[in-house]
Design a protein around this ligand. Structure first.
Ligand SMILES: NC(=O)c1ccc[n+]([C@@H]2O[C@H](COP(=O)([O-])OP(=O)(O)OC[C@H]3O[C@@H](n4cnc5c(N)ncnc54)[C@H](OP(=O)(O)O)[C@@H]3O)[C@@H](O)[C@H]2O)c1
Length: 262
């Protein structure tokens, strides 16, 4: 692909992996975010705020594809509206949006509601589009596991069934989709294992040689998640790397604590 691919949120958790993948594939890459952070050599950085629309136009002009990874806790629908408007004015780039598996089953509050609305904005934009719904990223799970295990007793949401994915698998898939034709709703992407939060936390404790009492707690209002709302439907694409493999890559061979003498 000779024209550049723009990655919104290209400095974020997923965005920077997408940028690295595209650069590896030999694509010209642009990054859009509010705050300047180091980007790979050869990658062009465009400071812009999608919520106000300021600075967006130059970033989208001439882009063959836009992979929209930018997100924040508030305002994703408006940000997407501004991106679509600028992209439509600039031409007809292929717009790819990263969403969340099961979003329509949990969109009862702010963040998922805004993401679902953003999906609808992309699908109704008149631009060629692809939406890829993915499950929770392993590094998000790891950050949560670290928080939960700060105390000797580790509380964990009871019965949360999930199928998290390595964000590198997501980046590979997005780069592939950006090179292809607009796909509409692409097959959802999840990791290779169905699991639950208790097992994820236990895996982390084992890999980091920590001992904690794991206490599953029932959280009111989370029935949908306990019923599997975050699991992908049949026919989804499965990433390759397991949670255990991810933990080894992140934690390395953590030394086992020495036993105290009897
Ligand atoms: N994390 C997960 O487990 C998970 C699971 C499924 C789907 N997803 C989806 O994957 C996508 C990426 O998530 P992530 O976890 O990688 O996000 P992240 O690490 O929080 O990164 C967000 C990025 O968006 C940029 N950004 C935020 N507000 C902006 C604005 N107003 N204008 C321009 N740029 C803005 C941030 O840079 P600045 O702050 O410098 O602007 C940053 O580069 C999101 O759509 C998310 O819903 C995430």
């Amino acid at each position: 692909m000779t024209s550049p691919v723009l990655v919104t949120g290209g400095t974020g958790r997923l965005g920077k992996l997408v940028v690295a993948q595209l650069a590896d594939d030999g694509c010209a890459v642009r990054v859009l975010a509010r705050h300047h952070r180091p980007v790979l050599p050869g990658v062009e950085f465009f400071p812009a705020d999608l919520r106000t629309g300021q600075g967006v136009e130059p970033a989208v002009t001439g882009a063959a594809a836009i992979i929209h990874c930018a997100t924040s806790t508030r305002g994703d629908a408006q940000a997407t509206r501004n991106l679509v408007a600028a992209a439509a004015r600039a031409g007809s780039a292929h717009l790819l949006y990263v969403s969340i598996v099961g979003i329509d089953r949990i969109a009862t509050w702010g963040y998922p509601k805004a993401k679902l609305e953003a999906e609808q904005i992309v699908a109704g934009s008149g631009l060629p589009w692809t939406i890829l719904r993915v499950t929770q990223f392993y590094d998000y799970c790891l950050a949560n596991a670290r928080k939960l295990s700060r105390l000797p007793v580790a509380p964990v949401p009871a019965g949360f069934i999930v199928q998290p994915v390595d964000p590198r698998d997501v980046a590979v898939r997005l780069a592939e989709l950006a090179r292809g034709r607009p796909a509409g709703r692409a097959a959802d992407l999840a990791g290779p294992q169905v699991t639950n939060w208790t097992e994820l936390l236990r895996g982390y404790l084992t890999a980091s040689h920590r001992r904690r009492l794991v206490v599953p707690l029932r959280i009111p209002g989370t029935r949908a998640v306990r019923d599997g709302a975050l699991l992908p439907p049949p026919g989804h694409t499965a990433g390759a790397r397991t949670w255990e493999q991810f933990l080894v890559s992140q934690l390395g061979a953590a030394p086992k604590p020495r036993l105290s003498p009897a």
